[in-house]
Structures are given as structure tokens and as C-alpha cells.
Write a protein that binds this ligand. Structure first.
Ligand SMILES: [Zn+2]
Length: 400
């Protein structure tokens, strides 16, 4: 139980090193002063701790902003068949699953997630206790009858149908619209190389969302679907695999437009370590992985707004909290540890629409912090060792 006086108490967090979420140059001996859940100052040295502040001393650790995963599914439980598991649960049980998924995210240092597909808008309005990550919700993704993720309930048809679906989502209080622009691999009978909506439907959906002040992100594996989504004016692209009938291809103009318009690319990286033979990565994605990575390297080099969205929950290799693996995997794309951390904090927070509150350690930002055992700017794998996770300035109990 907390009292009002607790809420007003100031906390000072002291660590060995700090990465602020943007600047690759770290700060030694940092002290982060927190009041009412917000960061009010960053100073250096224990001598700078105000006498009235409660000290949380974390020697030997690197303080980083809480991590941000812009693509998760809290309602999916990362079991071998999460779609059937979801279907077998009533709404109360789904809220329970969402809560434990959120706790797993927090334990791994992920303090903000964007949920890009729940059922029945159940990821909105979760109870305030226990402490959960900040959840930015899309509600059920908008898809076609029998299309990818249709089982989540967001089916719409025709220009009027997609406009009505967007209005319903806006009424329910979503923060972002997720549209399924191409088929996917999780849904039986769906082909990731085919488009789902007509250009008119996509344009109407984006127009209606923007009228309501909502950004749109499109699930798009197929190059044709990426082109259609970009032409329709989306704000973000999920997966962005660039699949064609014979492999992978990305026209120069398309890549240039994604970069120039600052369309966010959320790359689906991150798998728990384990034997390759046990993985169920869909064959079509595995076969084309190297070619997709080559395009992603170019997007990064050209300055795209690019982060890792794990799709956590969709399989046993993608449990909740797997983002650290995705950030480590960015090394395969030539991304430095500091750059990977920037993308996993301030860039991802910007993509989630929370760039002014999350993803940085600076005055005015929410005090969502992670203390890593070691230095993740030198040793990427140390990200797997969060020693403390703070949400709004309070250390969470990571044993429950
Ligand atoms: Zn997804």
C-alpha cells in the first residue's frame, strides 16, 4: 500500500554508468533524481544526492531507460499454439494472460509495449495493480474476412466497412490503428505474399484514422502490400519483409519514400536462444531472411526510423520480454550496441507516440529505468541481466 506522502517522496538512483537513450556518450557515476514518478534531474556523484531523498544505490550497474517494444501481443501466451489457447479462454482468463505477459515484459526490462492485436479490446483499461508496462493498444487488427488474424475479431469489408471499423476503434479508445495489409504466417490459409485490401480501402482506412488523430501501422510482408500501404499514407510498417512471388525485392523509390516520409519500420527480430532444429520459423521467412536483412541494412544506412518490434507472444521462441534478444540481434545488421539501445528506447518510444515521455533518462521523462548488471554498450549480452527495473520511480518485484 502506498500513501500520498510516499508518492511525494524523492528517490535518487545511483549507478556506475548511464546511457540516456539518445547520446552514445555515457555518463559516469550518475544520480537520477525522481519525484512523483518523473525524472527531475540527472547529476553526478553520491555527494549530489539531496538529504531528503531515498537512495537506491546500484553499484556496478549501467542505468538505461526502460526498453520499449512497439509490436507485441499480450493476449497471446507464447505457447506452441497460442491461437487455440486464446480461443479456449473467456475474457477474464484473457485479462489474466495479458497481466502475466505484462509482468514477464517488465521482468525483462521492457516498461512500454505497443499491443498490435488483442481480442475484444482487452489490452485497454487494465487494472492499475500489479504494476504493468505502459500499454499502447491497437485493439483487434483490422483485416478481411478469413484473413490474417481474423480470429481476433477485427474483420471489415469495403471502403465504408473499414471506415466504420476505424470509428469503432477510435470510440473504444485505441492509440493506433493496425491494419493487416498482407497475409501472414500465423493464420492457416493466409499467404504473406498476397495483399488483403484494395488501394481504395487502405486509403479510406488511413484517411479515417488520421481524421481521428490516430496513426496507422500496417502489417506488410509482401512488397506489393508495402507499396500499397505507403501509397495509402500509413505511418508505420510491421515486418517489412519485402516478399515477392520469387523471393525478395525492394524498388529504390519505395525505400527512398519510406526514409523520406519517416515511415516507421518495425523489424521482427528476437528469438530466445535454443537449438535451430526446434524452431518453427516459417519456411518462407527463413528462406528469404538474408535478402530481407540486406534491405534492412540499407534502410538503416539511409536513415530510416527503424526499431525492433518482436511480435512477442506468437510462438515459444518469442516469449514476452524477448526484446533484449532482438536488440542483440541488431548486431547482425551492423548496428553498434549504443545504436541498438537507442533504437530500443528513444526511437521505439517515438514510434509508440510516447517520444516525449518514454525512452530517455532526462528531466521531464517518466522514471522507467533498468539497471543492467554490466555494460550493454560493450557487452550486448549483458542486456539479459537486468538487476532492477523501475516503473514510475518504483522498483518492481521481479520474483512474482
Ligand atoms: Zn504481430
Amino acid at each position: 500500500m502506498t500513501s500520498a506522502s510516499d508518492e511525494r517522496r524523492r528517490t535518487a538512483v545511483h549507478a556506475a554508468v548511464m546511457f540516456d537513450g539518445t547520446d552514445p556518450v555515457t555518463i559516469d557515476d550518475p544520480v537520477v533524481l525522481i519525484e512523483d514518478g518523473r525524472i527531475v534531474a540527472v547529476t553526478q556523484g553520491l555527494a549530489s544526492v539531496p538529504p531528503d531523498a531515498m537512495l537506491l544505490d546500484l553499484p556496478g550497474t549501467t542505468l538505461i531507460p526502460g526498453l520499449v517494444d512497439p509490436h507485441v501481443h499480450l493476449a497471446l501466451d507464447a505457447s506452441a499454439d497460442p491461437v487455440s489457447a486464446l480461443a479456449s479462454r473467456d475474457d477474464d482468463e484473457v485479462v489474466e494472460a495479458i497481466t502475466s505477459a505484462g509482468r514477464a515484459q517488465l521482468s525483462a526490462g521492457v516498461t512500454t509495449v505497443r499491443d498490435l492485436g488483442d481480442r475484444g479490446y482487452l489490452s485497454l483499461g487494465l487494472p492499475p495493480r500489479p504494476a504493468l508496462p505502459t500499454v499502447v493498444s491497437a485493439g483487434p487488427p483490422i483485416t478481411i474476412a478469413g484473413g490474417h488474424c481474423h480470429f481476433l475479431g477485427g474483420v471489415a469489408h469495403g471502403v465504408d466497412g473499414v471506415r466504420a471499423a476505424v470509428r469503432e476503434h477510435a470510440d473504444r479508445g485505441v492509440a493506433v490503428i493496425k491494419v493487416i495489409a498482407s497475409g501472414g504466417t500465423l493464420t492457416a490459409g493466409s499467404d504473406p505474399r498476397t495483399d488483403q485490401f484494395t488501394p481504395d480501402e487502405l486509403a479510406a482506412l488511413v484517411d479515417e484514422a488520421h481524421r481521428h488523430g490516430l496513426p496507422v501501422t500496417a502489417h506488410a510482408h509482401a512488397t506489393t502490400a508495402i507499396e500499397a500501404a505507403v501509397a495509402a499514407g500509413v505511418d508505420g510498417l510491421e515486418h517489412c519483409t519485402f516478399l515477392t512471388d520469387d523471393g525478395v525485392a525492394a524498388p529504390d523509390e519505395l525505400l527512398a519514400e519510406i526514409v523520406a516520409r519517416r515511415i516507421a519500420v518495425s523489424a521482427t527480430l528476437g528469438l530466445v536462444p535454443g537449438p535451430e532444429r526446434a524452431r518453427k520459423t516459417p519456411e518462407i521467412l527463413k528462406r528469404n531472411l538474408a535478402a530481407t536483412f540486406a534491405i534492412h541494412r540499407r534502410l538503416i544506412a539511409d536513415g530510416a526510423v527503424y526499431a525492433v518490434g518482436t511480435d512477442a507472444g506468437i510462438s515459444p521462441e518469442k516469449p514476452h520480454g524477448v526484446l533484449v534478444q532482438g536488440l542483440i540481434a541488431l548486431g547482425m545488421l551492423g548496428v553498434t550496441p549504443a545504436e541498438a539501445l537507442r533504437r530500443g528506447t528513444s526511437v521505439a518510444a517515438h514510434i509508440c507516440g510516447l517520444g516525449d515521455r518514454k525512452g530517455r533518462i532526462a528531466p521531464g521523462f517518466d522514471a522507467d529505468l533498468v539497471a543492467i548488471d554490466g555494460d550493454p554498450l560493450v557487452d550486448r549480452a549483458s542486456l539479459r541481466r537486468p538487476l532492477a527495473v523501475l516503473v514510475a520511480g518504483r522498483a518492481i518485484d521481479r520474483t512474482v
